[in-house]
Structures are given as structure tokens and as C-alpha cells.
Design a protein around this ligand. Structure first.
Ligand code: FPP
Length: 255
């Protein structure tokens, strides 16, 4: 049974809802693998794309809530470099979702001071997807609130390979010494160069793997898994993840 969240008004300010959750000690960057859309749809006798459509509505809820809570960065895995292998109609539907989402939601993102960003191989997205997302990025680029970071055509290994190529080229050109290559150097060459690393990774649908998502950046993040399918995810589950995060001890390899 999905947990119901007692919010009625979509734009209401958050009141403490989860007993024990400290709203002043929240993770700064939350990353989410939004999984289970297809299974959710199948269970209801619906086509897979119905799951993605409902998943988009959940994105709205979670973005709104993360913004209200004052979280700095929300990174959402919307389309992986491996997702091109899906049936053409599903890929086409997924590629239209950002436009559909932004058509109805961009004014609210602007009003809420949200900045839209992306990570991934942006250039290889279809023109209509790029146009919609670029417009959102441009129109929100000076916003200082939540960074809503869509991983679109994103693959972590590809990201690292590209970073290594750039670093190698800098060495070849004589602009970088091999001894200067350290973790900071690699981080600065990833799509996420300007972002802090995720504190918390959430994955829905019962799967417990990273699926080529932020392999470098998640090195010290806390992982939180739920069996709930993404279309059934809501603000209450999000807060449960935040609560559990607060009760973890992050040691970064120390004691
Ligand atoms: C994985 O579920 C989900 C995706 C590949 C797409 C996720 C996209 C959304 C939730 C909507 C994104 C919204 C915007 C605004 C970009 P799955 O299809 O693999 O589910 P399954 O494992 O049950 O088949």
C-alpha cells in the first residue's frame, strides 16, 4: 500500500510530517534511479508508456517537495545510454516526456527559483528534446534554488571514458603533467564538475544495482532502496528515505 502524504495544496510549504525527521539536517544532493514504471503499468494491464507518464507526475511531486525542503540538488536518471535498446515507440515516448513536463511545469519551476540542468550526452538527443530542455536551462540559468538535474542519455562509463580522453589530450598538448592527475582532476572533467557529490541515492522498484549511474560520484553516498514502483513513490517515501539517511553514520572510510 502506498504511504499517503497529508499534503493537500500542491504549493504548500512543508510542515514537519515525518516524526523524527530533522528538516535542518537534510542531504544536500539526492540522486534517484526512478525504476519500475513498466512493471507498474503491466500490473494494471496498461502499456509501459502509461507507467512513464505516471512516473512523470511523480517527478513533479518529488521536485516540488525537494524544492520546498530546500534541498540543493536533485539528480534524476531519466534516460540512460542503454535505454536506446528499448522498442522505438517507447524511446520516442520517453524523448517527448521532457517537453511535456516542461510545457506544463516550467512556469512553476521558474516561480520556485529552480534551475534546470542536465548531465549526459546532450548532443545526441533528438532535436525536439534538446530544444525543450535547452529552453528550460536558459530560462532558469540564473535561478539560485534547487538544481533539478536530469540525467538524459547518461552513462557513467561513457562519462569516464570521455573524461579520460580529455585529460589524456591535455597531457599530450603539454598543458597538464601526469603527476597532476588526481581525483580532483578526474572529478573536474565529469559532467558533474560543478555539483557536489550525492549524499543519498534512492532506487525504487526493488532492484539493488547502480545501472551505470554516477559510478564515480556515488563512492561515499548512502544508498536507499524500496520495493515501491516509481509511479507509486510520493513525498512520504521521499521523507522516509531522508529520515533513514539521517540515521546512518557516514564514515568515509574512517572510524
Ligand atoms: C525505468 O523504469 C524508468 C525509465 C527508463 C524512465 C524514467 C522516466 C520517468 C520516470 C519520467 C521522466 C520524466 C521527465 C520529466 C524526464 P522501467 O521502464 O525500466 O521499469 P521496469 O523495470 O518496471 O520495466
Amino acid at each position: 500500500m502506498p504511504i499517503k502524504f497529508p499534503f493537500t495544496k500542491s504549493k504548500s510549504k512543508p510542515e514537519p510530517q515525518t516524526p523524527g525527521l530533522d528538516y535542518k539536517q537534510l542531504p544536500r544532493h539526492v540522486a534517484i534511479i526512478m525504476d519500475g514504471n513498466g512493471r507498474w503499468a503491466k500490473n494494471k494491464g496498461l502499456p509501459r508508456i502509461a507507467g512513464h507518464k505516471e512516473g512523470m507526475n511523480v517527478v513533479k511531486k518529488v521536485v516540488r517537495h525537494a524544492s520546498n525542503l530546500g534541498i540543493d540538488v536533485l539528480t534524476l536518471y531519466a534516460f540512460s545510454t542503454e535505454n536506446w535498446k528499448r522498442p522505438k515507440t517507447e524511446v520516442e515516448f520517453l524523448m517527448k516526456l521532457p517537453m511535456e513536463f516542461l510545457n506544463t511545469y516550467l512556469p512553476e519551476l521558474i516561480e520556485k527559483n529552480v534551475r534546470v540542468e542536465t548531465i549526459g550526452d546532450f548532443e545526441r538527443l533528438p532535436e525536439h528534446t534538446k530544444t525543450a530542455v535547452q529552453e528550460a536551462k536558459d530560462r532558469t540559468k540564473n535561478n539560485t534554488g534547487l538544481i533539478l538535474n536530469f540525467a538524459l542519455n547518461y552513462g557513467s562509463r561513457y562519462e569516464m571514458v570521455e573524461a579520460v580522453k580529455v585529460v589524456a589530450d591535455e597531457v599530450k598538448q603539454g598543458n597538464l603533467d601526469v603527476d597532476e592527475i588526481d581525483e580532483g582532476c578526474i572529478s573536474r572533467h565529469l559532467y558533474t564538475a560543478d555539483l557536489k557529490e550525492p549524499d543519498l541515492l534512492i532506487r525504487t522498484s526493488g532492484e539493488q544495482r547502480l545501472s551505470n549511474f554516477l559510478l564515480w560520484q556515488l563512492a561515499y553516498s548512502e544508498f536507499w532502496f524500496t520495493d515501491v514502483y516509481w509511479p507509486d513513490f510520493n513525498e512520504a517515501y521521499f521523507e522516509k528515505a531522508l529520515y533513514d539517511y539521517q540515521n546512518r553514520k557516514r564514515r568515509y572510510g574512517g572510524v
